[in-house]
Design a protein around this ligand. Structure first.
Ligand code: RIB
Ligand code: CA
Length: 308
């Protein structure tokens, strides 16, 4: 039986590839897609989600989420993802409509209607997930796990202490990590090892199909920021890790920890404080620390070969 998931994303190049991976994998059933503000404004991330889902042939409903964090002003990342939030491939206008429901309402509907526990897969700020739990605490019992991209055990990427998704809305992240629901945290510890090289991009392009070509073109743009600012030898493909872990957790290595979020520190706001010793609380978070990169790339390659 496929894992029923709700994708909450801010496409965003790596979010888009996470949607492609989830859609193309028989292990996953996408019940709904909700959008968050982060990589770009909510208007742009919602349009991008609709464009990607239309392009790959997904009929998952799409609902717009919060336009800003719970208590803070929005920060966005055009330097990484461009003015559109998905610069690079020229995607056609979407055929998928935007749901008339809000993200919280669509997620609540999907949870109520699912006959099996649902996994939430947030790959942007956690504003919508926190709002869902605040508005419908009774629906937490329908959530089996949260497999998220965000945080890190050691250091940040937007500030020295904080990873971008957590930094955008630290209070929301605090609510989610303290929800009592098991969390798989795909933070920078693993995503900075989930590197896609230029050779991998050419491997995807050589598949020669619409979706594989679109993903290669996403990587052509995504690599620019990372080659200019890091010396990884490839682009860290953050968000697909949160989906890939659900598909095959044996590709990854993780350690249990208690995790909470700094919401007040002048220099440390947005930091995930990862307590492997459990001194500060129950170790209900699987902190993903490593992966078999070749198997990760093979998984993406296999998914792209299943699409047209
Ligand atoms: O820090 C990486 C995260 O921030 C990814 O989810 C990327 O899409 C951006 O949202
Ligand atoms: Ca993202």
């Amino acid at each position: 039986m496929p894992i029923p998931v709700i994708m909450d994303c801010d496409p965003g190049h790596d979010d888009a590839i996470a949607l492609v991976l989830a859609h193309a994998s028989p292990e996953i059933e996408i019940l709904a897609v909700t959008t968050s503000a982060g990589n770009q404004t909510i208007e742009k991330t919602t349009l991008n989600a609709r464009k990607v889902l239309s392009f790959i042939g997904s009929d998952a409903p799409v609902a717009r989420g919060a336009s800003k964090p719970l208590f803070r002003e929005l920060i966005i990342a055009p330097e990484v993802h461009g003015e559109s939030g998905l610069d690079g491939p020229a995607l056609p206008e979407p055929t998928r409509p935007e749901s008339p429901l809000s993200a919280v309402e669509l997620a609540a509907k999907a949870l109520r209607e699912s006959d099996r526990p649902v996994t939430l897969v947030p790959t942007g700020a956690l504003t919508n997930v926190a709002a869902l739990f605040l508005a419908h605490p009774e629906l937490k019992s329908k959530v089996e796990r949260i497999s998220l991209m965000g945080g890190s055990a050691i250091g940040g990427n937007w500030t020295p202490a904080a990873e971008f998704n957590i930094l955008v809305d630290p209070e929301a992240a605090h609510i989610v990590f303290n929800s009592g629901i098991p969390v798989t945290m795909c933070g920078l510890d693993v995503t900075h090892k989930a590197l896609v090289t230029r050779a991998d991009t050419e491997r995807f392009r050589s598949i020669g199909k619409r979706c594989s070509t679109m993903v290669a073109e996403l990587m052509d743009f995504f690599v620019k920021f990372h080659e200019a600012n890091f010396s990884f030898g490839g682009s860290p493909l953050h968000d697909p890790c949160a989906v890939a872990w659900l598909i095959d957790p044996t590709v990854f290595e993780s350690r249990e920890a208690h995790v909470d979020v700094e919401c007040r520190g002048r220099l440390t706001v947005g930091a995930t404080v990862v307590d492997f010793d459990g001194r500060t609380g129950e170790r209900n978070v699987d902190v993903v620390m490593g992966l078999d990169r070749e198997r990760f790339i093979d998984m993406l390659d296999g998914a792209l070969r299943r699409l047209d």
